[in-house]
Design a protein around this ligand. Structure first.
Ligand code: AR6
Length: 207
């Protein structure tokens, strides 16, 4: 907005309607991690090499939460594209921890990377599964020459992952692949989760 301090204006390549609290952490001379509040379906960068990550389920045909919002904003073509993703076993297009890419259709983002985080109380190794969801999303992004990518807090809604533990995994995993991207964003809908992520980034990225 017009009232943003100049340093935040410079940091915010994003024009995220309704988004605020944009905080930028430089990871290298050419890469940054950006944490902000907001709705990931509105995330917009001035680039065609961009993607948002959808916290989906293994069936990959939509659902509630962010998944539902992403499908509504993308329009029905997204569901058609999801149907075309081959099943790896009956009813499963994207196993837990893996990732698949589709176009973004009516979304401001050019691509959607669908990933499936663990159901915290069901998965036998939720830490490994959550790390895989972030890692595989980033590697699918890299394979598709994505330079700007936005994540929500995968598994932190319906799937019940504790925020603090999820933040540690999310931020440390992004840090590992920071050289592959210009900007990795976390777009966080819930103020509680935004605060946890910000504190964790200050802790993990301090040096
Ligand atoms: N933008 C950013 N974050 C959002 C948005 C949004 N528009 N809407 C919700 N969130 P969840 P999960 C946050 O439940 O835990 C679906 O039914 C939300 O506040 O969307 O991985 C799928 O189909 C929370 O912090 O995903 C699966 O069945 C975070 O996004 C299942 O839910 C993730 O919450 C996946 O569960």
């Amino acid at each position: 907005t017009h009232s943003s301090p100049p340093f935040l204006m410079a940091a915010a390549r994003v024009s995220n309607e309704g988004g605020d609290g944009v905080v930028r952490f430089p990871l290298s001379p050419s890469a940054a991690l950006v944490i902000q509040k907001g709705d990931i379906t509105k995330w917009l960068v001035d680039s065609k090499t961009d993607a948002i990550v959808n916290p989906a389920n293994e069936q990959m045909l939509g659902g509630g939460g962010a998944d539902g919002a992403i499908h509504r904003a993308a329009g029905p073509d997204l569901l058609q594209a999801c149907y075309k993703v081959p099943e790896v076993r009956p009813g499963v297009r994207c196993p837990t921890g893996e990732a698949r890419i589709t176009p973004g259709f009516k979304l401001p983002a050019s691509h959607v990377i669908h990933t499936v985080g663990p159901i915290y109380n069901v998965d036998s190794n939720p830490q490994a599964s959550l790390r895989n969801a972030y890692r595989n999303s980033l590697s699918v992004a890299k394979e598709n020459s994505i330079q700007y990518i936005a994540f929500p807090a995968i598994s932190c809604g319906v799937y019940g992952y504790p925020f603090d533990e999820a933040a540690t995994i999310a931020i440390s995993t992004v840090k590992e692949s920071s050289n592959d991207f210009k900007e990795v964003h976390f777009v966080l809908f819930s103020p509680d989760i935004y605060n946890v992520w910000l504190n964790k980034a200050n802790e993990v990225l301090k040096d």
